[in-house]
Design a protein around this ligand. Structure first.
Ligand code: ZN
Length: 233
């Protein structure tokens, strides 16, 4: 039986990954992390998305299994970044934006593997992407491949780290969601997923809720425009 654990944050990318996993695997579980991110909106949206995504296709409901939510507050305690502190989003001298939380994806993958170990799940699915990313070194394909080797050596397992969005830009991520779940999934992603770094949900745009100005909103909006202008809607 094929099975997977999806790193599911409640954002656009991880929701698309969840849909991809529900298409491909017979049993799918999800994991989310509370690392004291500066807003909880993304985490709060998770339950809504899990309920609604199960209704998009008849087979998906039966495949969707347990949701795990881990408290990784210690990551927020040791990180002084714009994701975990109320400071302005800027770029550092090294060119990396201060939204980068050092070690975050490495920690997430390690804890996901520990849960997958206990639950007997082989595939670990994450929305890391090196195409449209903000320069985060832990989103690179090479980083993920190195983690796969390290986890399999360190846990004596054959985990497969799947990153279906690795080579896609944001327009293609929107396109993939349409292929996977039609307009119902695109609408769910627009209305329920949260990407905005500032946690803004007051302003509604055609691409979803957000401040419209932070790097995450701009990337999402730009991808949406590219997707809509090239699709026959
Ligand atoms: Zn924003």
């Amino acid at each position: 039986m094929s099975d997977a654990l999806v790193l599911f944050s409640g954002g656009q990318d991880s929701t698309t990954c969840l849909a991809a996993a529900l298409e491909r695997f017979e049993r799918v579980e999800t994991i989310g992390f509370d690392y004291r991110q500066r807003h909880r909106i993304e985490l709060d949206q998770r339950a809504t998305i899990l309920t609604k995504i199960a209704a998009i296709k008849p087979g998906w409901k039966a495949r969707l299994g347990e949701d795990h939510c881990l408290d990784l507050g210690v990551l927020g305690e040791i990180s002084a970044t714009a994701m975990t502190r109320d400071v302005a989003i800027t770029s550092g001298a090294d060119g990396l934006p201060n939204t980068f939380v050092p070690g975050r994806n490495l920690v997430f993958l390690t804890f996901a593997a520990a849960i997958a170990y206990r639950r007997g799940l082989r595939h670990i699915v994450g929305g890391m992407c090196e195409t449209d990313f903000s320069g985060y070194p832990d989103c690179r394909d090479a980083t993920i491949k190195a983690m796969q080797v390290a986890l399999n050596l360190g846990m004596e397992k054959n985990f497969v780290l799947d990153t279906p969005l690795m080579s896609l830009d944001k327009a293609n991520t929107w396109r993939l969601s349409e292929q996977l779940g039609g307009t119902a999934l695109v609408e769910l992603i627009v209305e329920a997923t949260h990407t905005c770094y500032l946690g803004e949900r007051g302003q509604h745009h055609e691409w979803g809720y957000g401040c419209g100005e932070c790097p995450a909103c701009r990337l999402r909006a730009e991808g949406w425009r590219k997707y809509r202008s090239s699709s026959p809607h």
